[in-house]
Write a protein that binds this ligand. Structure first.
Ligand SMILES: *[C@@H]1O[C@H](CO)[C@@H](O)[C@H](O)[C@H]1NC(C)=O
Ligand SMILES: *[C@@H]1O[C@H](CO)[C@@H](O)[C@H](O)[C@H]1NC(C)=O
Ligand SMILES: *[C@@H]1O[C@H](CO)[C@@H](O)[C@H](O)[C@H]1NC(C)=O
Ligand SMILES: *[C@@H]1O[C@H](CO)[C@@H](O)[C@H](O)[C@H]1NC(C)=O
Ligand SMILES: *[C@@H]1O[C@H](CO)[C@@H](O)[C@H](O)[C@H]1NC(C)=O
Ligand SMILES: *[C@@H]1O[C@H](CO)[C@@H](O)[C@H](O)[C@H]1NC(C)=O
Ligand SMILES: *[C@@H]1O[C@H](CO)[C@@H](O)[C@H](O)[C@H]1NC(C)=O
Length: 481
């Protein structure tokens, strides 16, 4: 079955390293060169390295873009799951086009894509089992009832890595988008990667294109690291959100480039009465070094499904181009829950409809069973050190009558309005807060503290536990092709 025990590089005895180097140099020319191509070695950073490693090709995989590899993926991971408690395992996906339906991950496991590997998501609905709606949503996002399972799915796992030198996962979403527009969906569309009820997760250095719907959905999970993703979808494609941390604790999203038809990042925690009953917030979330292009949606949306609460989100070093709004809060009567302790600094924005947008009237309910007395609590929202140009409206901040959104702080923000921008750049209702050094002058509900209070808005200094997630260098040698 082509399994190798691969000790971490540091543990290789010096002698073996010398022999290895000699072998490698012998193989770089002459008759041995063909053989040399069959023995490959590679290394990358991960939260854990694995003792066992195998290639999809060893399980009957065919990378021709036509043959279905669903069974090969399932058989490979089923086989490798036996090493859970023996140092874990890795499945290598070689260069090629690997058509596949959904498959499930296992614990202490790494899925590693070669840089020229493309996973092509099957367009055959039979390749997508239907699973229950999320308990915190009560129904699927597209239809009542069940939902198609995600392409790469995992539940109740620990220590899982999905990575690979910028290899590609292609959702082939066009057909799903058409079904969505024509109202032909029997169930909610699949996501590309969904990890549920899990901890110690790394999703890194991949390109995700044309997802049928959301791209990456960690839900009910903790210690989640998302790094180095390129996510691309047509800006008109429906609900192709980039990364949606949902009822998760300790999540770190870094160095991602997202062009999408919906929010680049949408932070969530369940929907109306279902989310309130489930009661699992998203908290301790770090987002840094994000580039977002999304003309019809937000750079970062908080909500609209936020009924379990969202707390302690820290976002910094963000570039947005041709995007509808910056860090947007979306909520409604009936949501309950809270959005509090939100810290955003260091955003550069070019061509925006709204820099700031808070909407307490988002609507969109799971069903008619929502509680009209369940009002969201929105407080301590900090935005500072930002520059935006070519802006249509600086801020549209709307709380809920009888439920004002409080503690909104905006400082050191320079907004240059577009030639055709709104004459009244700010419109605030049912909000309360302060401002300092904001151009153009904000609405009166954000009481100006004077220019010397430029540092009025908070950003916590102490780091979060998720910043302590360590990566190690893993290296592998074997016959992977
Ligand atoms: C993957 O897991 C889900 C949820 O546990 C299950 O419904 C589905 O049948 C599993 N798929 C396979 C191929 O085992
Ligand atoms: C997964 O974990 C959740 C929450 O702990 C639990 O309710 C569920 O039964 C578990 N599912 C499986 C398949 O073990
Ligand atoms: C990964 O691939 C995408 C798509 O081809 C490309 O835009 C991006 O620059 C690549 N990222 C890296 C780090 O090479
Ligand atoms: C991602 O790729 C970059 C550039 O090759 C590398 O520096 C980084 O360590 C990788 N990170 C992860 C988590 O794979
Ligand atoms: C104001 O924000 C800019 C970035 O837009 C930053 O470079 C500058 O240091 C900030 N000024 C203060 C006093 O914090
Ligand atoms: C400014 O924004 C408008 C849309 O509001 C866009 O058409 C125009 O190209 C932008 N100008 C620049 C210089 O980016
Ligand atoms: C401000 O927003 C409110 C609520 O959306 C709206 O009714 C009002 O017309 C707006 N005012 C201006 C000046 O645009």
């Amino acid at each position: 079955m082509g399994l190798w025990r691969t000790p971490p590089k540091a543990q290789l005895p010096k002698m073996a390293m010398v022999v290895l180097l000699v072998l490698v140099s012998l193989c770089t020319n002459g008759v041995e060169s063909r053989k040399a191509k069959n023995v490959d070695s590679f290394e990358y950073s991960a939260i854990s390295c694995r003792a066992q490693s195998a290639s999809l090709a060893d399980f009957g995989g065919v990378g021709d873009g036509i043959t279905s590899n669903t069974k090969a993926f399932q058989a490979a991971i089923q086989h490798l799951s036996q090493y859970d408690s023996q140092g874990g395992s890795q499945l290598f996906v070689p260069a090629g086009k690997w058509l596949t339906g959904s498959f499930n991950l296992t614990s202490h496991f790494t899925l590693y894509l070669h840089k020229d590997a493309v996973l092509l998501a099957s367009q055959d609905e039979n390749e997508w089992p239907v699973i229950d709606p999320l308990p915190s949503y009560g129904r699927g996002r597209d239809t009542a009832g069940g939902r198609f399972i995600s392409l790469i799915f995992g539940t109740n796992l620990t220590d899982v890595v999905v990575t690979g030198e910028n290899g590609t996962i292609d959702g082939q979403g066009e057909l799903w988008w058409q079904k969505f527009h024509k109202g032909e969906l029997k169930y909610t569309r699949p996501y590309l990667i969904e990890i549920m009820f899990s901890e110690n997760i790394q999703i890194s250095n991949l390109t995700l294109v044309n997802s049928p719907s959301w791209n990456v959905h960690p839900v009910y999970s903790s210690n989640v690291l998302v790094q180095g993703l390129t996510i691309l979808a047509p800006v008109t494609s429906p609900n192709t959100d980039g990364i949606n941390p949902d009822s998760c604790t300790n999540t770190r999203i870094e160095d991602c480039y997202i062009v999408s038809g919906d929010d680049c990042i949408a932070v969530k925690s369940g929907w109306d009465e279902y989310g309130i009953a489930f009661g699992m917030p998203t908290k301790a979330l770090v987002i840094r070094r994000l580039t977002c292009i999304s003309p019809f949606s937000a750079v970062i949306a908080l909500g609209s499904e936020m009924s379990g609460g969202i707390q302690d989100v820290r976002a910094e070093d963000i570039l947005a181009i041709n995007t509808e709004s910056g860090v947007r809060i979306k909520t409604a009567v009936g949501r309950g829950g809270f959005v509090k302790d939100i810290y955003v600094r260091g955003m550069t924005m070019k061509t925006m409809k709204y820099v700031f947008w808070i909407a307490g009237d988002y609507g969109s309910h799971a069903d008619d069973g929502y509680d009209p007395n369940a009002l969201p609590v929105i407080q301590n929202i900090n935005y500072h050190d930002m520059v935006a140009e070519n802006v249509t409206m600086a801020g549209k901040l709307g709380g809920i009558t009888g439920d004002p959104f409080t503690g909104i702080c905006i400082s050191n923000v320079t907004i240059t309005m577009a030639k055709k921008g709104k004459k009244v750049p700010w419109n605030c209702t049912d909000v309360a807060g302060i401002s300092s050094r904001v151009v153009p002058q904000p609405c009166e509900l954000l009481a100006d503290q004077g220019p010397e209070k430029i540092g009025a808005c908070d950003f916590p200094e102490e780091s979060l536990p998720v910043d302590n997630m360590q990566l190690q260098l893993c290296s592998y040698r074997g016959k992977y092709w």
